[in-house]
Design a protein around this ligand. Structure first.
Ligand SMILES: NC(=O)c1ccc[n+]([C@@H]2O[C@H](COP(=O)([O-])OP(=O)(O)OC[C@H]3O[C@@H](n4cnc5c(N)ncnc54)[C@H](O)[C@@H]3O)[C@@H](O)[C@H]2O)c1
Length: 323
């Protein structure tokens, strides 16, 4: 049976897709949200939250002014592009930007309903952040981490409110990628999880639900596939080019696994694999291929350094570096 909030949410969605104005704040999961860290991911999350038009205020927090300024400039630039391409009206752009409060003062996060954390992937840093946040925010504030590889359960303990803690894993670039994995731990209150899940829909993304397992859904399937392709290179089963062509033309993937690994960054692939191998030594899908380690040791990190499994000129892929 549909309850009242499901019905209002449905009306809201219909209104959104038909372009009609609808302003019942009771229809959405959260009124006032915070985003911590305005880097690659956080600026996109703050932007998408603001342009969804469902929040009275978005508090965008960085600890240093220079990073706050660069995050703000990124959001303004990205929204400006949407306007110049005719994808957003100037009026909606102005409204979205006005709804964001940019700050280095953590106290402004105190009365937010929901906070998404997107600071760098470092547990020590996240630990002290969550300890401070737990002391700063009202008890009902729900915390969500955008971490790709750290344990949500561990972070939830630092916050002092594990029942009010979830993961919301966005994909890069946030403005374009539709999927958000919503992660629950064993201690997450089901009502909290439902709110976070519904919020993803409120901001125009598609939510999937997952437990607190390494890599969640996408990376748990994707990263081992990349590692298996590298093991094929180690064993000289097939050439780099033939492995990639096979997965493109045989499996319909948009790019082959070695091309993709270069694109992500071989240091990132190595960092993830190493962390998993150390934490889950008995999981056979988690391995460190020899070719990956030797390329990272040599500073050949893929696209960003111009050399990995392939030669690169900027974003343009060249020939494989070995046969
Ligand atoms: N890069 C990706 O493709 C990707 C994809 C999904 C999830 N993630 C996850 O998102 C998180 C952020 O990654 P990113 O790539 O955006 O990193 P980034 O380095 O681009 O941005 C991190 C930002 O956090 C800020 N910061 C650091 N400490 C802070 C603090 N104490 N308070 C407030 N701000 C602080 C930094 O100034 C920086 O602007 C990580 O947990 C990462 O695992 C990244």
């Amino acid at each position: 049976m549909l309850n009242h909030s499901t019905i209002t949410r449905t009306i809201f969605r219909i209104a959104k897709t038909t372009g009609r104005q609808y302003s019942a704040t009771t229809a959405v999961a959260f009124d006032k949200v915070g985003v911590i860290g305005l880097g690659l991911m956080g600026h996109g999350i703050a932007q998408v939250a603001a342009t969804s038009g469902v929040h009275s205020q978005v508090i965008a927090f960085e600890q240093e002014q220079k990073y706050l300024d660069s995050g703000k400039a990124r959001i303004e630039g990205s929204i400006g592009k949407l306007v110049s391409k005719g994808k957003m009206s100037q009026e909606d752009a102005d409204k979205a930007l006005q709804s964001i409060t940019f700050t280095t003062d953590m106290a402004l996060l105190a009365d937010t309903d929901f906070i998404v954390e997107a600071v760098i992937e470092n547990m020590d840093l996240k630990q002290s952040l969550y300890t401070n946040l737990g002391e700063t925010c009202k008890p009902e504030t729900i915390f969500a981490s955008n971490t790709s590889s750290l344990s949500i359960t561990e972070m939830a303990q630092f916050s002092g409110r594990p029942q009010n803690f979830v993961g919301v894993h966005f994909f890069n670039p946030v403005q374009i990628m539709k999927l958000v994995e919503v992660i629950r731990t064993e201690q997450t209150d089901p009502a909290v999880f439902e709110k976070a899940y519904n919020w993803v829909g409120d901001i125009g993304k598609v939510a999937v639900s997952c437990g607190d397992t390494p890599g969640f859904i996408v990376n748990r399937l994707l990263v081992p596939a990349l590692l298996q392709a590298m093991l094929m290179v180690d064993r000289a089963d097939a050439s780099i080019k033939d492995i990639d062509i096979s997965m493109q033309l045989g499996a319909g993937h948009p790019m082959g696994p070695l091309h993709l690994a270069d694109y992500i960054g071989l240091d990132t692939c190595y960092f993830i694999a190493k962390g998993w191998v150390e934490k889950y030594p008995n999981e056979p899908a988690f391995v460190i291929p020899k070719c990956l380690k030797s390329m990272v040791d040599a500073g050949n990190l893929g696209r960003k350094t111009g050399k990995g499994f392939y030669h690169w000129e900027g974003d343009k892929r060249g020939d494989p570096t070995t046969a």
